[in-house]
Design a protein around this ligand. Structure first.
Ligand code: IVH
Length: 675
């Protein structure tokens, strides 16, 4: 069948619209349309392409994961070498760099020299070749002269355009940048791998590099990769501006994603101010950086300065304190958490990493300890990134000493001697002692008094530990029987602080049902679940009386949570503790339970809501669904019937697509309930 001009035009128009929205979403971070609308454009294009084979072009936004697995990587000769950067590890080294630059350029005043300052992204360097605006090749840096052809994988990264937008781009343009895995994606990937007993990534950099070196592009497509461009390589058939910062701006206009944290700064003081400001925000950035880079902004000056061996004289990387260091495992101990989870913790020779001295690092669970084969005496890499708990990432096998000792999971709890058990298929081992175990008791009490639970100010971790140790606190109810006299006799407690503490204990007695349920520390019942259960049942008595079936009617409560809640309230001991607390005056407002119209028009259907809806809040949409007998869950699974997607819908949308869940928007939802 020959394709009419009208249909060709339609396909091209859809592609252009999609490219434009990709640009708004990825490059400007300012989408114009809701994701559902974007998906509709994509589906329309897919349908056209399915109908007319000859319409499918290699640069169509539908063709990202089209390539078949390859058997080996081809090589790419870089036309211009991909250089590395010299490092400055201190302010002095930076000042020295600046002095040399000034001297070579024969400049006098600081103010004459502007630098383009950028974060130093911690991922893998790539080269992207665009010919007539079409992405034709993606390559790794390799040794700087020869890299690997990873075009099939590069094409799967949605932040990288398959075709440039705008008109004035050079006929041949090599873009260089860093592919990275954002922190959240990295953490989520590792958490999933850990739960499945699979190998985890050591750090986001290895994750990015490893993901790019997959032979099967389908695997790369599943990894949450992103990219920022930071320079150009070979450019032919077009003019670029005379300053580095302007070139990067130009790349952005052509639809290439660049880091928003770039600044042009004056002289070395400007560099230092940038370093400080980025350093302060390092943990808050959504991606990993290991320093900042300063580049002499003027290309003319860059040419005058030239290169030494593999690095330019006109740029330097100013590094942040390392987040990974070597140290020795002196011992491995097992800690018991609130839910009895037994976690191996490495006691380390203290080492300065990520800006603090670290002497303990988690090994997550016994399987992971064995997978990494960590032994006492080993030299290991510890990593402390931002506010994440320090962890042992790997062992330096070459440095394993003769007498290194393997570690086994203890059979009994190191705190209370109860049996340690592992449920089938679980990676986590648990102490079976329950509240008999002082460790679990202490952690449960710390949770009970924490800010998001009963919020008892002044009752900190140390004090809880002290009160448990002297046997004064056994259950949360005991907190409400403490008196100022006994408190003032404790270490580091005066009458004043004792009085204050009693006042905050009294204050905490008026709470909400949601907080109270959360504070009880029922396994799997987080803050959000506690709030849903509270609002659904209205009264504690209803929660206690609820069957697992009743509980599963609560949005977000599945069989596992329902079973945990049921088990908690089936325990006589727990009911006694609650009764005592009520006796001592703990109160909250109760309300009538929500009426669930099970036989409503949406009866038996499960919805997930994501993104910003055009007119309703998500809560309003939820009420609407529930009033019509539907269930609203927090995450997409094979049981989800509909995903209601609004603007800026993210991973839930992707998951729904993968699972073939019906994706609807607010208008569709309104139609469903008014049938
Ligand atoms: S410019 C001639 N800018 O650092 C300068 N590199 O040691 C070439 N990197 O392989 C690189 N962020 O992977 C430049 N904003 C940035 C960077 C950056 C990270 C990496 C890049 C390169 C390595 C150089």
């Amino acid at each position: 069948m020959s394709v009419s001009i009208a249909i060709r035009k339609k396909a091209e128009s859809l592609r252009e619209q999609i490219r434009h929205h990709n640009y708004r979403y990825h490059v400007l971070d300012d989408p114009e349309i809701p994701d559902a609308e974007y998906d509709r454009l994509m589906r329309e294009l897919l349908a056209l392409e399915a109908e007319y084979d000859e319409l499918v072009t290699h640069d169509s936004p539908t063709q990202r994961v089209g390539d078949a697995p390859i058997s080996a990587f081809g090589t790419v000769q870089h036309e211009l070498p991909m250089l590395s950067l010299a490092n400055a590890f201190s302010e002095d080294e930076l000042r020295e760099f600046h002095r040399r630059v000034m001297e070579r350029l024969e400049l006098e005043g600081d103010a004459e020299l502007s630098y383009a300052a950028e974060p130093k992204l911690d991922g893998a360097a790539v080269s992207l070749l665009y010919e007539d605006g079409v992405l034709v090749r993606g390559a790794t840096r390799g040794d700087g002269s020869t890299g690997e052809d990873i075009t099939h994988n590069i094409r799967t990264i949605e932040a990288i355009p398959l075709k440039l937008i705008g008109k004035s781009y050079p006929a041949r343009l090599e873009v260089r940048g860093e592919v990275f895995m954002p922190k959240a994606g990295f953490e989520a990937y590792n958490a999933r791998a850990r739960a499945a007993g699979e190998k985890t990534f050591v750090n986001p950099r290895n994750a990015a590099a490893g993901s790019l070196r997959q032979l099967d592009p389908k695997l790369t497509a599943e990894r949450p990769l992103d990219m920022y461009a930071y320079s150009v390589g070979k450019v032919e058939g077009g003019q670029l501006p005379a300053r580095h910062s302007e070139i990067v701006d130009r790349l952005r206009d052509w639809g290439i994603k660049v880091c928003p944290e770039r600044r042009v700064v004056l002289g070395v003081e400007g560099c230092l101010a940038f370093y400080k400001s980025i350093g302060e925000r390092r943990n808050a950035l959504s991606y990993e950086i290991d320093g900042v880079v300063y580049k002499v902004d003027s290309l003319q000056m860059q040419r005058e300065l030239g290169f030494v061996s593999r690095a330019p004289r006109w740029a330097i990387a100013h590094k942040f304190p390392a987040q990974e260091e070597l140290t020795v495992v002196e011992d491995v101990e097992f800690q018991v958490g609130r839910t009895g989870a037994v976690t191996p913790v490495a006691r380390l020779t203290p080492v300065f990493v990520g800006g603090v001295t670290v002497s303990n690092a988690t090994l997550h669970n016994i399987d992971e300890l064995h997978r990494k084969d960590v032994r006492i005496g080993d030299t290991v890499i510890v990593r402390r990134a931002g506010d994440v708990i320090p962890e042992v990432v790997s062992v330096i096998l070459d440095r394993r000493p003769k007498g290194s000792r393997r570690v086994q999971l203890p059979k009994t709890c190191p705190v209370c001697n109860s049996h340690i058990e592992r449920e089938d298929g679980e990676t986590v081992a648990r102490c079976t002692g329950g509240l008999f175990c002082a460790a679990q008791r202490t952690e449960a009490l710390k949770h009970f008094v924490s800010r998001r639970a009963l919020d008892i100010e002044g009752l900190g971790a140390k004090l809880v530990e002290q009160l448990v140790a002297i046997g004064r606190l056994k259950t949360p109810a005991d907190i409400f029987q403490l008196n100022a006299t006994e408190l003032s006799e404790l270490d580091r407690m005066g009458t004043k602080s004792a009085d204050n503490l009693i006042a905050s204990i009294n204050k905490s007695k008026s709470t909400t049902l949601a907080r109270f349920l959360f504070a009880l520390g029922i396994r799997e019942v987080g803050e959000a679940t506690a709030a849903s259960v509270a609002s659904h049942f209205g009264r504690l008595a209803n929660v206690i009386a609820a069957t697992e079936e009743d509980l599963q009617r609560v949005p977000d409560v599945g069989p596992v949570v329902a079973a945990r809640v049921r088990a908690f309230f089936a325990e006589e001991h727990n009911l006694e503790v609650i009764a005592r607390m009520q006796e001592y005056g703990v109160v909250w407002q109760e309300s009538d339970p929500k009426v669930v119209a099970e036989d409503g028009i949406l009866g038996g259907k499960t919805f997930v809501i994501t993104g910003t809806l055009p007119t309703m809040t998500r809560d309003a949409a939820k009420d609407l669904i529930q009033a019509a007998g539907g269930k609203v869950a927090g995450s997409v699974s094979s049981k989800t019937d509909y995903l209601v997607a609004g603007e800026k819908a993210g991973s839930k949308l992707a998951k729904a697509e993968k699972l073939n869940v019906d994706i609807i928007d607010e208008a569709d939802l309104l139609k469903l309930v008014s049938r």
